[in-house]
Design a binder for this molecule. Structure first.
Ligand code: SF4
Length: 288
């Protein structure tokens, strides 16, 4: 029996949504396509070309995602604004690439000896950054955890491994991007940095971001969003564009939050798709 073009279109949309969901789950470390989201027999029977023709998660799949009722005590997502996002304006770039790398090294050295707040009391190593100091994209987290404090590198624990998978899914190598935190010393018990600690460490974060001069910043978690002026006075902060010194800044959930609440991985992935579009990168491919 011949299928109408309308039915074929609906089938393509369904298969595209199922494929995108499966890839997203795999890329972010999830269990894969949920049973019942799409009949396996339908996916298996689909022509290869049909599956390959869909590159992004379909709107219907995004609309189907709902936070669980038990999420009442955790940060709530809100709809991304429909208003135009800011244009890419790279801030003042101080000096040559070599001078900027040198400047970052000097800042890192200064941070290692800093005692401007109480956090060094429990510090093993200060944690300045990792990755490419000339990257077009910077991820800013809140502060080092236990693994980071021991190794002197940001995002090397389980949350860091999840972040790495997201980065690869975006089409970058792990070390192609630049990653740092709001504070460079580990808060005790991995608590959120206090406002006065975040404020004290701005003397490193601000010149650090200016020296890297990325095209886009991704703030990971509310603390980073607040430090970058990306949190709205109403309390809204996630899934929206703001600007840090003219650089478009997207705020999304911290990977550590996703480890506890993996149902929000899709929300983060949607935020990161906006970042990729802003950078002119093609839609996500499978992580390698
Ligand atoms: S957290 Fe920042 S401001 Fe506080 S001591 Fe460490 S480097 Fe200095």
């Amino acid at each position: 029996m011949a299928l109408s073009s309308e039915l074929v279109g609906e089938l393509q949309e369904l298969l595209g949504a199922a494929r995108a969901h499966l890839e997203w789950e795999e890329q972010l470390g999830g269990p894969g396509l949920a049973v019942g989201s799409a009949p396996a027999s339908v996916v298996a029977a689909a022509p290869v070309g049909m599956l390959q023709s869909v590159a992004e998660p379909a709107a219907s799949a995004a609309a189907a995602f709902q936070p669980p009722a038990s999420a009442a005590t955790i940060p709530q997502p809100f709809a991304a604004p429909s208003a135009p996002t800011p244009t890419v304006t790279v801030p003042h770039v101080p000096g040559s690439a070599e001078e900027r790398v040198h400047g970052l090294a000097a800042l890192a050295q200064e941070a290692a000896a800093c005692t401007a707040c109480v956090l060094p009391e429990g510090r093993t190593k200060s944690v300045f950054a990792r990755g490419n100091p000339q990257s077009e994209i910077v991820f800013v987290g809140e502060g080092p955890g236990r693994d980071e404090d021991l190794q002197g590198e940001p995002f090397v624990g389980r949350a860091g491994q999840l972040l790495d998978r997201m980065i690869v899914a975006m089409g970058y190598g792990r070390d192609d991007v630049y990653i740092c935190n709001v504070v460079k010393c580990r808060p005790p018990e991995n608590r959120t940095p206090r406002p006065e600690e975040a404020l004290a460490c701005q003397k490193f974060l601000l010149p650090q971001l200016e020296l890297v001069a990325p095209k886009v910043i991704v703030a990971l978690g509310r603390c980073a969003a607040q430090a970058l002026g990306a949190a709205h006075p109403s309390g809204a902060w996630r899934g929206r564009w703001s600007e840090w010194h003219g650089v478009p800044t997207m705020s999304t959930y911290h990977p550590a939050f996703l480890l506890r609440s993996p149902e929000f991985k899709r929300t983060v992935w949607e935020d990161l798709q906006l970042v990729m579009a802003r950078l002119g990168k093609p839609p996500a491919k499978r992580a390698t």
